[in-house]
Design a binder for this molecule. Structure first.
Ligand code: GAR
Length: 210
């Protein structure tokens, strides 16, 4: 079956959505490693509960981003993952990592890209008075949060929203969208080609599927 490596830094709710989809919705994939840059990431407990292999590579043990990225590549490359899934992984990646897994590296980002790359996306959407917010899944390239879009899920911004309520609504959308996109990969239907993102027989528009 399709082999995944999942990279996390935090609570791992998106990791959990993938675990659940594999266990209960027939997602034809297996998670060969959950890799965290933080030993205290909540997602590591979720991984262990599901019987998954885990590893921690602490970025603070490396004096450059490249050295950290190389250590991750060295850990992952022998597994030859079909897809590397960034799921709340909060380190900026260098070409050392991106090139090692180009065409098979996915990220989820909590905004409707190209709006709000980077951090504090929910606060920024609220401050801007947006009526819509959401999440995006894209292939990762060397440009931060800038790779070709695969799919986006919009959610409404409601009148009394604050960061907490809005982020919760976005996360619910994330937990539906990421397993769907990973399923397309596992079913060998989704590829990054020289012409763009291809799903089945069609080339997706620059926004991805919305
Ligand atoms: C998710 O909302 C994800 O979109 C975001 O971190 C959260 C992780 O939650 N990712 C980024 O901000 C990437 N720059 P989780 O650990 O519960 O899956």
């Amino acid at each position: 079956s399709h082999s995944l490596a999942v990279l996390i830094s935090g609570s791992g709710s998106n990791l959990q959505a993938l675990i659940d989809a594999i266990e209960h919705q027939g997602l034809p994939a297996r998670i060969d490693l959950v890799l965290s840059n933080r030993a205290d990431a909540g997602g590591l407990a979720r991984a262990k509960s599901a019987g998954l292999a885990t590893a921690v590579i602490d970025h603070r043990d490396h004096d450059s981003r490249e050295s950290f990225d190389q250590a991750m590549v060295d850990r992952l490359a022998p597994l030859a993952p079909d897809t590397v899934v960034l799921a709340g992984f909060m380190r900026i990646l260098t070409p050392v990592f991106v090139r090692a897994f180009s065409d098979r590296l996915l990220n989820i980002h909590p905004s409707l890209l190209p709006k709000y790359p980077g951090l504090h996306t929910h606060r920024r959407a609220l401050d801007a008075g947006d009526s819509q917010h959401g999440c995006s899944i894209h292939f990762v390239t060397e440009e931060l949060d800038g790779g070709p879009l695969i799919a986006q899920a919009p959610v409404p911004v409601l009148p009394n929203d604050h960061e907490e309520t809005l982020s919760k609504r976005v996360q619910q959308a994330e937990h539906r969208l990421y397993p769907d996109v990973v399923r397309w990969r596992a079913e060998r239907r989704l590829f990054l080609t020289a012409n763009g993102v291809q799903l089945d027989d069609r080339l997706l528009p620059p926004t991805g599927l919305v």
